[in-house]
Ligand binder design. Structure first.
Ligand SMILES: CC(C)(COP(=O)(O)OP(=O)(O)OC[C@H]1O[C@@H](n2cnc3c(N)ncnc32)[C@H](O)[C@@H]1OP(=O)(O)O)[C@@H](O)C(=O)NCCC(=O)NCCS
Length: 159
């Protein structure tokens, strides 16, 4: 039992849980101007963050916070939206997931950065209580930078 717990909490590299989702924007996803609803993009962000967190934690996770979300460019019906999520930081039961959104116009061959967002997910045990998550192995300078920035954010949030 203890051996299984130690194995489950063995630190994992960021790459092990990196997650990408893509979807083609269709008429039900857009308003009468043909631009995609913000809520559609937020649902994709939430789903990618949840898959990423659950891959890292190896157990079910819930969204506890989303930081300020800005839509940088309009996303149009017919665009392919790609959402990329990775773990920036892990605490005891929480994980900060960094999510990037890209909108691609396949006819023009043009891919634009549309959104960046930070999502905090918490792992839950079978009783719905916060559960310990594995540590994070940082392998690249970019991962170390994102981790350091997340640590500062966590510090200021706790204050
Ligand atoms: C997730 C939940 C179980 C946490 O309960 P809690 O009583 O706040 O638990 P804790 O105080 O022990 O916090 C657990 C972790 O979440 C973090 N956390 C809690 N609120 C947070 C917030 N607003 N922002 C960032 N992190 C937060 C804590 O820092 C802690 O992190 P750590 O374990 O890594 O140190 C509870 O808030 C909940 O059920 N929320 C609803 C989740 C949900 O249903 N989401 C879907 C949206 S509809």
């Amino acid at each position: 039992m203890i051996g299984r717990l130690i194995m489950a909490l063995k630190p994992k590299p960021v790459r092990a849980s990196r997650t990408q989702l893509a979807d083609l924007m269709a008429p039900p996803d857009a308003n009468i101007r043909g631009t995609v609803f913000g809520g559609k993009i937020l649902a994709m962000v939430d789903k990618a963050a949840a898959v990423c967190a659950m891959r890292h934690a190896g157990q079910s996770c819930v969204t506890v916070a989303m930081d300020r979300v800005e839509f940088l460019v309009p996303i149009h019906m017919g665009n392919v939206v790609s959402v990329e999520a990775q773990v920036n930081y892990v605490g005891r039961s929480s994980m900060e997931i960094g999510v990037e959104v890209y909108a691609e116009d396949l006819e023009k061959g043009d891919r634009k950065h549309a959104n960046s967002c930070l999502v905090t997910m918490v792992a839950l045990d079978a009783k719905g209580k916060p559960a310990l998550v594995p540590g994070l192995l940082l392998e690249t300078p970019a991962e170390k930078e994102r981790h350091a920035a997340a640590e500062v954010r966590r510090g200021s949030r706790k204050k």
